[in-house]
Design a protein around this ligand. Structure first.
Ligand code: ZN
Length: 376
């Protein structure tokens, strides 16, 4: 998710375009032009409305982002994907009222835009129906673009308000429930409602022969389940922090060490990921995946610094485990370095988190017991 073409920054938020994004413009050109028999004019129409559509998606995501910033939540970036946009928030606020405002802010932007377009379109009817200056075929006009964009805003607002994860409506529903119930219970109810909706949508898709709808339904169903698992994770792990779970005694390597030495360490220990330290400073992490990948391509006398991951951001000992779990998923890594005030302390792995999860789900007193704080 971190990969993408940076476009611009607003209030510290980097807007990025995923590499596959230009494909959607090509698709739009084909769809509106060649495939619908409207030629170049149609293709231009497709590219124009699709570009405007994504500008609108950026505004929608900025709605979420500004609301989040208002509550002091960091917004890392907004990524434009072919299927829409994603605003990456550092965290989802625990307070239901805050989650409610952040979730509904996106669709509200679309409602506001639709209302503004309606007012402008109705009062200054001039825009509507005017053909483009460069002579497009009939039917492809500024007016057509205008009404298309108006309709798209309404559609985006309503679609996003469907009460199913991962749509905004799912979060709106969860936050409303969480105002009266506990967070995990509220989430599981919202998950069931969302999955029920996805099932209905899928059935409707089958009945109407819309393969696309079935696909969307399937996506919603699994995303809702995923959200449910995350919430369970969060309620089980509670306030357990990295401090209680990370591995302290780990082998580290120097940047100049070879892959052969890494293999030897892997074989003679439990460890399969190695922090690379230059003096005292952490400069990278040789993950098992990277090591195996490198061995496929080249010899084992390569230095670890050539193949190590440099993009993995360290976590602090105070970070909560369920947050770390999320960071791992985002970074596509099963291990993260633990660093405090620039000092390398150890590693936290998916295995460590799994161990805590199993303990905590069998022994509800775990989180309160403060077991595992092995201070050195
Ligand atoms: Zn949204």
């Amino acid at each position: 998710m971190d990969r993408g073409i940076p476009l611009f920054k607003i209030r510290g938020i980097q807007i990025k375009m995923h590499y596959t994004f230009p494909l959607i413009l090509v698709w739009a050109a084909l769809q509106f032009g060649l495939l619908s028999g409207r030629g170049l004019g149609g293709a231009a129409f497709g590219v124009i409305v699709t570009s405007i559509l994504f500008a609108i998606v950026v505004l929608h995501e900025l709605g979420h982002s500004f609301a989040a910033q208002y509550y002091g939540v960091d917004v890392k970036q907004i990524v434009l994907l072919p299927i829409g946009g994603v605003a990456q928030l550092a965290r989802i606020p625990e307070k239901p009222s805050q989650e409610f405002v952040i979730s509904i802010a996106g669709p509200l932007v679309n409602f506001a835009l639709a209302a503004a377009l309606a007012v402008v379109g109705l009062s200054a009817g001039l825009q509507l129906g005017l053909p483009f200056a460069f002579g497009l075929p009939a039917g492809v006009s500024a007016g057509a673009v205008f009404s298309y964009i108006f309709a798209a805003n309404l559609f985006l607002a309503l679609f996003n308000l469907l009460p199913a994860f991962p749509m905004d409506g799912g979060r709106v529903l969860r936050s409303l429930l969480a105002m009266r119930l506990d967070y995990a219970k509220a989430t599981s109810i919202a998950v069931v409602i969302g999955q029920g909706m996805a099932l209905l949508m899928g059935l409707w898709g089958f009945a109407s022969g819309s393969f696309f709808l079935v696909l969307v339904a399937f996506f919603i169903f699994s995303a809702a389940g995923q959200e449910g698992r995350m919430a369970r994770m969060r309620s089980v792990l509670g306030d357990v922090t990295v401090q209680q779970a990370y591995s302290r005694q780990v082998y580290t390597m120097q940047p100049s060490a070879t892959l052969r030495q890494a293999i030897a360490l892997t074989m003679s220990s439990y460890q399969s990921d190695f922090p690379i330290l230059e003096g005292e400073e952490l400069v990278g992490l040789l993950t098992r995946g990277r090591l195996e990948e490198a061995l496929k391509k080249s010899s084992d006398d390569q230095s670890v610094s050539e193949v190590m991951r440099r993009d993995l951001k360290p976590v602090s000992p105070d970070e909560r485990l369920y947050v770390v779990q999320k960071l791992m998923m985002e970074a596509e890594s099963e291990v993260l370095p633990v660093v405090e005030n620039g000092v390398f302390l150890g590693l936290i792995t998916a295995g460590d988190i799994g161990k805590v999860y199993r303990l905590a789900s069998r022994w509800p007193g775990f989180a309160r017991s403060r077991v595992g704080i092995a201070e050195t």
